[in-house]
Design a protein around this ligand. Structure first.
Ligand SMILES: [Ca+2]
Length: 402
């Protein structure tokens, strides 16, 4: 299988990558015909909170659904599916996994730079995936480059394989530093692809890229993947003033909600509306950053966060999803998010519009803390929410303690 993969890779004139999974494996994964196997998920246990919320009615537990991964960066359910997921590892490998029995097959393996925050970062299915067979991948092929490519998931040339092929580059941008490369790749209700890019690093946005409208860094970009002009895709700057929108999602009203990772003091959740300037590096959350005082005089009409928390509670926000499942009625309609480093999870009701003062402190519903590094949340077709532990390599479903 590996040799075949290498041959396929060499055969692509564009030097793009290729992949294949065994047809037998894929069919069993997709149809769940495989008898349950305990071996893939052996040793996984419910993860109890290491710190409970004061209000016990807000407590949650994490039920393991798959494990044994290395450095999970993204988890994407196949459209309309509650059992089949694509799991991305920072090291460039993607797996197709059946959560019913833990059976998995390698979907593809990319050569990526992995220093600091570089790697295989994001994955999105085309809005009409089952017709188009297309999906999109965000990664760093080199330490100074961010790239988004379009892939095709098709029957392979050999009867023993289903091949997925990297077909074309949709977007590339040079990266000045190895951190703040964004992560998520998400299609909006407008069927356009949203690419969130951080300010490029290093710290404090030394070249002021997030406020530089000539730079694509520190921006939320939008690309119409169906349309090229002279063979080129044209990224549009959708919003500016972002520091590092690692994870973002659309809510049930079609609004884009991002977790924008903070610098030294404040982590924020923000609406990302078309044309908005979200403030970084003038503001960190709703607080002056550069200049440290009177920053409100620098630029007017900056848009502040919906919610924020300080570095006593966490140091790197991971944006999540609006809960629309049925197993946790008390979370219905609430937006869940967490902190990568401290493993805390909160939720808020997304307001009609950005509030004058961001929700913080007791206005965030606190659900508890777990001994995990929350690198991503995921949402299945039933609206249930999952969380991935970057360090432990497990994926958990968020569940009721009762
Ligand atoms: Ca902001």
């Amino acid at each position: 299988m590996k040799a075949f993969s290498v041959i396929l890779m060499l055969s692509f004139s564009l030097h793009l990558a290729s992949c294949e999974i065994l047809r037998r494996g894929a069919v069993s994964l997709l149809s769940s015909e495989q008898p349950p196997s305990s071996s893939m998920n052996a040793g996984l246990a419910v993860l109890s909170a290491s710190e409970m919320p004061d209000d016990k009615s807000h407590a949650l537990k994490l039920e393991p659904v798959a494990g044994g991964f290395e450095g999970i960066t993204d988890v994407q359910f196949l459209p309309g599916q509650a059992m089949q997921v694509v799991v991305l590892q920072k090291n460039g490998t993607a797996f197709l996994v059946n959560l019913k029995d833990g059976v998995r097959a390698k979907l593809f393996s990319l050569n990526v730079a992995t220093t600091s925050e570089l790697g295989l970062l994001g994955f999105a299915f085309h809005p009409a995936f089952y017709e188009s067979k297309k999906f999109y991948v965000h990664y760093n092929p080199k330490s100074d480059l961010s790239r988004v490519t379009e892939w095709e998931w098709t029957e392979g040339g050999s009867p023993a394989t289903i091949a997925c092929k990297e077909k074309r580059v949709i977007f590339e941008v040079k990266q000045p530093y190895q951190n703040h490369n964004g992560g998520s790749l998400v299609f909006g209700p407008d069927r356009k692809l949203y690419i969130g890019l951080g300010d490029g690093g290093w710290r404090g946005d030394p070249e002021n890229r997030a406020q530089d409208f000539g730079s694509l860094l520190g921006k939320m970009l939008r690309i119409d993947v169906e349309q090229t002009i002279d063979g080129k895709y044209l990224p549009e700057i959708f919003a500016s003033g972002l520091r590092n929108p690692w994870k973002y999602s659309f809510d049930s009203k079609g609004r884009l909600v991002a977790g924008d990772v903070g610098q030294d003091k404040w982590e924020e959740i923000t609406f990302v509306e078309k044309g908005a300037n979200l403030g970084w590096r003038i503001y960190e959350g709703s607080h002056c950053y550069d200049p440290p005082q009177d920053c409100e005089k620098v630029v007017r009409n900056l848009v502040g966060p919906i919610a924020e928390y300080d570095h006593a509670l966490g140091v790197s926000v991971t944006g999540g999803f609006e809960y629309s499942g049925s197993s946790l009625p008390s979370l219905k309609g609430r937006y869940l998010f967490g902190d990568f480093a401290t493993g805390r999870i909160w939720s808020i009701v997304l307001p009609e519009k950005t509030p004058v003062r961001p929700l913080s402190g007791k206005n965030l519903r606190y659900h508890g803390r777990w001994p995990v590094l929350i690198s991503t949340f995921a949402k299945d077709s039933a609206g249930e929410i999952y969380v991935a532990d970057y360090s432990g390599g497990n994926i958990y479903r968020i569940a009721s303690v009762n």
